[in-house]
Design a protein around this ligand. Structure first.
Ligand code: AKG
Ligand code: FE2
Length: 281
């Protein structure tokens, strides 16, 4: 890993925000030249995948498992300004369980119908039914890397309801339209990274701006969670260092190594011990 990550640990303020609000933003997580390069690659993928997925010019395009589709995406996997914040929250037994590309063109003016309630949800489907407890456990988080400018409301902003990661259920107004109290648009400039707890009630929103909304979501979880996509990386496996291999799902000891990892299963643990001193077991 790039040793400059040591300058960007999880801060106490971030830990507090994550524990109490369920999210925080890191502004300027990515420099403008990198944002530009990523945007170019996102545009290329849009050109290829939009017709392939049968999406019209104004429809949102989502691509799951984008991680192996261009080397630039690996750069963000262990990005120096974000990776130790993930480790600060989840520790070293982590993996990328999901990657999700979102490319949302503006909705044509004539299609901007009556106001509708946003699609609030907690992440990871059955976890929200089959895990016991109130609140249910965290298990995973996502980083949203904002590539286009969503710093103004109405630009397809990511929305959250702060503090709701501790609520298994959310009350919705009977009118079917009004959003729950506390609904907050995240005003994210390009290059910013928003960390959020999978339990935080959150939603996408329609893009009523004049530019395409472009975001990359990196989902990190404990290694024992079954990934939500195929984490396709066989074609680049030999180019990955051991920590990236861990993050993309390797285990030296097979299935056993996910729930009871030995040192050889988790090079990230050894790296953290070497560079940060003692780490929690
Ligand atoms: O596109 C968005 O703003 C929301 C995406 C989302 O729900 C997710 O990545 O879990
Ligand atoms: Fe989600």
């Amino acid at each position: 890993m790039d040793l400059s990550c040591l300058n960007h640990p999880l801060t106490e303020a971030e830990r507090l925000a994550f524990d109490e609000q369920g999210y925080f933003m890191v502004e300027d997580a990515l420099p403008p030249d990198l944002v530009k390069k990523i945007e170019t690659v996102m545009n290329q993928l849009n050109t290829v995948y939009r017709p392939y997925k049968g999406k019209g010019p104004h429809e949102a395009l989502g691509i799951h498992d984008f991680i192996g589709k261009d080397p630039i995406f690996l750069t963000l996997l262990d990005w120096p300004k974000t990776i130790l914040k993930v480790c600060g929250i989840l520790g070293w037994n982590i993996q990328l369980y999901h990657s999700d590309y979102r490319y949302t063109p503006p909705l044509p003016v004539e299609e901007r119908g009556p106001k509708q309630r946003l699609r609030f949800h907690q992440d990871s489907g059955r976890l929200n039914r089959e895990l016991e407890g109130n609140p249910r456990p965290r298990v995973s988080l996502k980083i949203a890397f904002f590539i286009s400018d969503t710093s103004k409301p109405g630009s397809g902003n990511f929305h959250v309801i702060p503090g709701t990661h501790l609520k298994n259920k959310l009350e919705f107004a009977e009118d079917g339209v009004t959003n729950p109290e506390g609904t907050t648009p995240i005003l994210a400039p390009p290059g910013s990274a928003v960390f959020f707890d999978r339990r935080l009630w959150h939603s996408a929103s329609p893009n009523h701006s004049d530019h395409i909304r472009k975001v990359l979501f990196y989902g990190y979880s404990y290694r024992w969670l079954r990934p939500r996509d195929n984490v396709t990386a066989g074609h680049i496996w030999n180019q990955l260092d051991p920590i990236r291999q861990q993050l993309l799902g390797s285990s030296a000891n097979g299935g056993f190594g996910y729930t009871s990892p030995r040192d050889e299963d988790v090079p990230l643990k050894l790296w953290m011990q070497e560079h940060l001193g003692e780490v929690a077991d």
